[in-house]
Design a protein around this ligand. Structure first.
Ligand code: PGA
Length: 256
């Protein structure tokens, strides 16, 4: 039985004070739940990482960054690297979010470097893949995600690949209120697992955590998470509301 994972991607939202309140609200509520088979990760904006790490210390809530540099150290003004995050005890990092691909022109090749750097320093990538609407309408969605995995992840050795979490996020569903149907999500997740099986074998494929992301809310989480190949969610908008995010964690528990 795979662990389910629910990660909140706060993106570029909240003031420091609002983020403190949200962290406290989520952590307090999550600590009252039986989380044996569900992992919870908060991914705040980088300047808030230290605060969120402090408030979640010794709790069941883990912390992730939203992006990292492809370099380890050096003259890269404004960047944040994997060894820096590791030295703060950040455990996860979202890599390859579609907003980074679109607005910051991050290519599959660059993302492979970011994945390498994260893994080298013991940070688990939450690697995002997904097609845009025209690709889905053109029937190319499977090929698009196949290239994303092949070009950014499939150079990894098995032991490293095992530390990667994959998040399937159809770009047309992100922040739009238009969620993939459970059938669309299941079709893609089963395909992703099949690709992993072909590359790394059955055991690795069986253990791989594949999240769904894109307008996932407390209203649709159950139908998505109860699909056999959907192992939780990467939650954007709904992770900014403490009660709703905790409800999504509760739903994940119900689906285990
Ligand atoms: P959304 O964002 O839940 O607001 O659609 C998900 C994401 O971008 O990770």
């Amino acid at each position: 039985m795979r662990t389910l994972l629910v990660a909140g991607n706060w993106k570029m939202n909240k003031t420091f004070q609002e983020a403190e309140v949200l962290t406290e609200q989520i952590t307090e509520a999550v600590e009252k739940l039986h989380l044996d088979s569900v992992e919870v990760v908060l991914c705040p904006p980088a300047p808030y990482l230290e605060m969120v790490l402090d408030l979640t210390d010794e709790t069941h809530v883990a912390v992730g960054a939203q992006n990292i540099s492809d370099h380890d150290f050096g003259a890269y003004t404004g960047e944040i690297s994997a060894p820096m995050l590791r030295s703060m005890e950040v455990e996860y990092c979202i890599i390859g979010h579609s907003e980074r691909r679109k607005y910051f022109h991050e290519s599959n090749e660059l993302l492979a470097q970011k994945v390498n750097s994260a893994l080298k320093f013991g940070i688990a990538p939450i690697f995002c893949c997904g097609e845009v609407l025209s690709e889905r309408e053109g029937g190319n969605h499977l090929d698009v995600v196949k290239s994303q995995l092949e070009e950014s992840l499939f150079h990894l050795e098995e032991k490293d690949f095992r530390n990667v979490v994959i998040a399937y996020e159809p770009v047309w569903a992100i922040g739009t209120g238009k969620t993939a149907t459970p059938e669309q999500a299941q079709e893609m997740h089963a395909y992703l697992r099949q690709l992993i099986l072909s590359k790394y074998g059955e055991r690795v494929a069986e253990d791989a955590i594949i999240l769904y992301g894109g307008s996932c809310t407390a209203g649709n989480a159950f139908n998505l998470f109860s699909q056999p190949d959907v192992d939780g969610g990467l939650i954007g908008g709904a992770s900014l509301k403490g009660e709703e995010f905790v409800e999504i964690v509760r739903i994940a528990i119900d689906c285990t």
